[in-house]
Ligand binder design. Structure first.
Ligand code: HPA
Length: 277
């Protein structure tokens, strides 16, 4: 569907950081919260966490915030929430993810992360629903992202901007998560462009390269978060075994259903992690 409004990020002369600052100003005005401490992007299956981590003090529509687009998909909520945790931490929950496969360019993909940084957040929690390569990961298993392989051939960094990605998925934050749930496994996340699911051969390629999780988000956002100096925690909900690892064909319905079945459990887990940060 054609969009009815233009996005300022698409202008040739746009400065994405200035637009992120405008978005952060919108959030401060609309939520009444001047500064947020942490931000969470909730992917497929993770939505319930927003209700469990604290008291929602404001819910705003993403389309009222500069540079945000309408979500392309049902099951992805187009809202931003300001949540007050019991320990006084202010969390910005981003329920509006722009995926790379939408074809609007990487600036729009990482706008929410840059906005969170401009809003004051120093921790970025990125969650997603994804396919699992380790065959003992049953659908509904949450796993920590230990590193990524960016297979989009793209980057949110523009020009000669050299950013170190060692320890991109913070060991400190993973240690906290492990303390809360010692059974949590870890894996290397491979971001494919999508929106098609991978072929079995591509899954085997990802496995050979050292990947354990396949998905269509997160890596580009994590790079932008690191550029902004944020500490990153990445978590995937394994909604299905990756193509060729499971015998049956993949479907979006299966992904949504696995998310639904697991949402209370992983919401609780995320809520416990967030209070320890
Ligand atoms: N591949 C890519 N993205 C996904 C998958 C998958 O198997 N499952 C959920 N999102």
């Amino acid at each position: 569907m054609p969009e009815t409004h233009t996005n300022p990020l698409d202008a040739a002369t746009a400065d994405p950081f200035e637009i992120a600052q405008r978005a952060a100003d919108d959030i401060a005005r609309l939520t009444g919260v001047e500064k947020h401490d942490i931000a969470l992007t909730l992917g497929s299956g993770w939505g319930r966490a927003a209700d469990l981590i604290g008291e929602t003090t404001a819910t705003i529509s993403a389309t009222d915030v500069t540079g945000f687009s309408k979500p392309a998909l049902d099951g992805h909520v187009g809202t931003l929430r300001s949540i007050l945790l019991e320990n006084g931490t202010r969390a910005l929950v981003i329920g509006a993810r722009t995926h790379y496969y939408e074809g609007h360019g990487v600036r729009r993909v990482v706008h929410s992360v840059r906005t969170a940084a401009a809003a004051g957040a120093t921790t970025m929690i990125l969650t997603n629903g994804a396919g699992g390569i380790k065959d003992h990961w049953m659908p509904g298993t949450p796993v920590l992202i230990s590193d990524h392989i960016n297979l989009t051939s793209d980057s949110p960094l523009e020009g000669a901007t050299f950013v170190d990605l060692t320890d991109l998925y913070s060991q400190r934050l993973r240690d906290i998560a492990h303390r809360i749930d010692p059974s949590l496994d870890e894996g290397v996340y491979c971001q494919f462009r999508g929106p098609h699911y991978e072929t079995p051969a591509e899954v085997q390629m990802a496995k050979t390269l050292g990947g354990h999780i396949v998905g269509m988000s997160t890596a580009l956002e994590a790079i932008a978060a690191r550029q902004a100096g944020m500490e990153v925690l990445g978590m995937s909900l394994i909604t299905n075994l990756a193509a060729g690892i499971q015998a049956t064909p993949l479907s979006h319905e299966e992904v949504i259903e696995a998310g639904r079945a697991a949402e209370a459990e992983i919401g609780n887990l995320l809520a416990r992690i967030v209070t320890e940060l």
